[in-house]
Design a protein around this ligand. Structure first.
Ligand code: IDP
Length: 138
């Protein structure tokens, strides 16, 4: 059993597709074991995306991620890190496979609806960024 962090980004909340995204997770046999809605400050967003601090889009990305409420979730299931990445689709929605969340709902390479941890070590760090042990219901 594996866990990963999923975020419905501010554009996903604005596009009113929270339920649609969750439906895809549940339809794939993934369990949501923690969930909340919150708004990141610019500083929070910069800490969360610190790995991208030298990329040209860092300032714009952290402005976007702090521009409105997000929904953060811990997903649990077999091979859930990879499964979630498959459901999300490629970073650039134009390259994302048909039927993926980004292909269906993203309109921009930056405003691409969802975030998902990219590996087991990242998942541990990202889950701890948002949730404590008492907030996760396995
Ligand atoms: P991922 O979200 O598919 O794992 P990453 O390369 O980790 O992709 O990038 C993190 C986020 O930064 C992306 O989801 C997207 O919002 C944004 N991003 C990535 N590449 C670009 C770019 O070239 N221009 C603008 N934003 C980008």
């Amino acid at each position: 059993m594996e866990r990963t962090l999923s975020i419905i980004k501010p554009d996903g909340v604005r596009k009113n597709v929270i339920g649609e995204v969750i439906k895809r997770f549940e339809g794939a046999g993934i369990h949501i074991v923690a969930m909340k809605m919150l708004k990141l400050s610019k500083e929070d967003a910069k800490r969360f995306y610190a790995v991208h601090k030298d990329r040209p889009f860092y300032d714009s990305l952290t402005d976007f991620m702090s521009s409105g409420p997000i929904v953060v979730m811990v997903l649990e299931g077999n091979d859930v890190i990879k499964k979630n990445r498959e459901l999300m689709g490629a970073t650039n929605y134009k390259e994302a496979a048909a039927g993926t969340i980004r292909r269906d709902f993203a309109t921009d390479i930056e405003q691409n609806v969802v975030h998902g941890s990219d590996g087991p070590d990242t998942a541990v760090v990202e889950i701890a960024f948002f949730f404590n042990q008492l907030e996760i219901y396995s």
